[in-house]
Design a protein around this ligand. Structure first.
Ligand SMILES: C[S@@+](CC[C@H](N)C(=O)[O-])C[C@H]1O[C@@H](n2cnc3c(N)ncnc32)[C@H](O)[C@@H]1O
Length: 439
């Protein structure tokens, strides 16, 4: 795989265009980096080598997206058409990453996507001036632009970990954590051989032997996995499901935000239960859910419906609400979130919180007294975690599950047994979960 210095030398006009399209797709559709990359590869017919270069170029551009966002805003150019904006971000990365990368080289790559006036913003003198300006900014903005992490996330880290620790934590978000869950333990050798052949190094997790941690040295697209053998799933999700399993659930379970059913499919494999009912509002995602559940031996039913209003004549033994959220916790796994969440505001969090609260309230009504309800979000924000639990109007009892040794309760005072995981501590997504029981 090319190093950054080599990368800038190897970029071709087609790789420049492909990287631009990846970034445009993320901004236009708020989809993940992997989804945007796959869609783009279907559009462009690239050689394996060009694919790798486009992948790394798009990823590096996103990991360094802060300064060009600032530069466009400063010059009142933030409303450029998305494709041109994407191309400017890529050009910025190239111009700022290596002194040998001259504006003439960008001219040879840009194919009409970056105008001369935008290119002139990227002279070495202008870039020096820009980086000096960033140093003078108040701490949240300075860290946000310099480390290319959305301002609301920086604010959250600053208030949780303080000014001294936060800069290093933000830097650590560049390591891409990937975990693979083995679904068929008899095919472990096959999986290990396959990953090695694809150029990956990995190690078995010490807490859950069916989990492999991909070591963060490879920066190439992840290969697809046959779901009956293995699936990508972050360790944070595994910990939440295992926590629920540790409290001995059985009977009929309902999952109110189920798709694509990664947690439900693990739950099915782990416990002896009667059936699992899988509810999700998205038709497309429920189709993905069916594919994943087919690879299990579970008794399941998938329902395309709004979990806030789902009702049933019988009460359930347990419920799962892995709620829709900002997905901010996945920022180290998905570099596209650096761009997609850049303009996130507190009002957006309040709107998310309202949906989350309604889903959890409904789940608590759908289960019998003393049943277990898992609430989780892949989010760094207290608004989507602790504050949802403490805003419940229904009397609840928080439960203490069995957990791996390094997982501590969150510091939030009003949340009973609430747990948080962080990329820089647990090598997982940033994640929140709590298990409750209606009183
Ligand atoms: C974080 S994802 C769930 C992931 C899933 N639990 C898993 O492990 O694969 C959140 C899901 O909530 C769904 N969703 C959003 N609003 C919903 C609602 N009002 N009712 C039901 N599902 C909803 C989304 O379509 C999305 O599939």
């Amino acid at each position: 795989m090319p190093r950054d210095k080599e990368l800038v030398e190897l970029v071709s006009p087609i790789a420049f265009r492909a990287a631009t399209r990846v970034i445009e797709r993320i901004e236009a559709k708020s989809i993940s980096f992997d989804a945007a990359f796959q869609e783009t590869m279907q559009e462009f017919k690239l050689s394996a080598e060009e694919q790798k270069i486009s992948f790394l170029l798009a990823k590096r551009t996103l990991e360094n997206i802060g300064p060009p966002i600032y530069l466009l805003r400063k010059n009142n150019k933030q409303d450029l058409p998305l494709r041109r904006k994407g191309a400017f971000y890529v050009a910025f990365y190239l111009a700022s990453s290596s002194p040998s990368f001259t504006l003439d080289r960008i001219r040879a790559l840009r194919g009409g996507l970056v105008s001369d006036s935008l290119l002139n913003l990227l002279t070495p003198r202008n870039l020096d001036r820009l980086f000096n300006e960033l140093e003078e900014m108040p701490i949240t903005l300075r860290l946000s632009y310099k480390e290319s992490v959305p301002p609301l996330i920086v604010e959250t880290f600053l208030s949780r970990f303080g000014e001294k620790a936060t800069p290093e934590i933000l830097k650590s978000l560049r390591y891409r954590q990937v975990w693979v869950r083995l679904n068929d333990t008899e095919r472990k050798d096959w999986l290990e051989d396959y990953l090695k052949r694809k150029g990956f190094r990995f190690r078995q997790d010490k807490d859950y032997p069916y989990l492999l941690e991909i070591l963060p040295t490879q920066e190439i697209p992840l290969p697809s996995l046959p779901p009956e053998i293995a699936t990508y799933q972050d360790k944070a999700s595994i910990i939440a499901v295992e926590a629920l399993v540790s409290l001995r659930l059985k009977g009929v379970i309902v999952d109110l935000a189920a798709a694509p059913c990664m947690k439900a499919s693990l739950l099915c494999r782990k416990i002896d239960h009667d059936a699992i009912l899988l509810v999700d509002i998205s038709e497309k995602r429920t189709r993905a859910c069916i594919e994943i559940m087919k690879a299990t031996n579970c008794n399941y039913q998938v329902i395309n419906s709004d979990g806030r209003f789902f009702s049933s004549s019988k009460l359930f033994s347990a419920a799962v609400v892995d709620a829709p959220c900002t997905n901010s916790g996945a920022i180290s796994r998905d570099p596209g979130l650096r761009l997609a969440l850049w303009s996130l505001r507190r009002e957006d969090l309040s709107r998310m919180k309202q949906v989350q609260l309604e889903l959890l309230t409904n789940a608590l009504k759908l289960v019998h007294r003393g049943a277990l309800v898992l609430y989780s979000t892949c989010s760094l924000f207290p608004e989507e975690g602790e504050e949802v639990i403490s805003s419940l109007k229904i009397p609840i009892k928080p439960l203490q599950p069995f957990l791996p040794p390094n997982i501590e309760r969150t510091i939030h005072k009003t949340c009973g047994y609430c747990y948080r995981l962080y990329p820089h501590v647990h090598r997982t997504d940033g994640f929140f979960f709590s298990i409750l029981s209606p009183r």
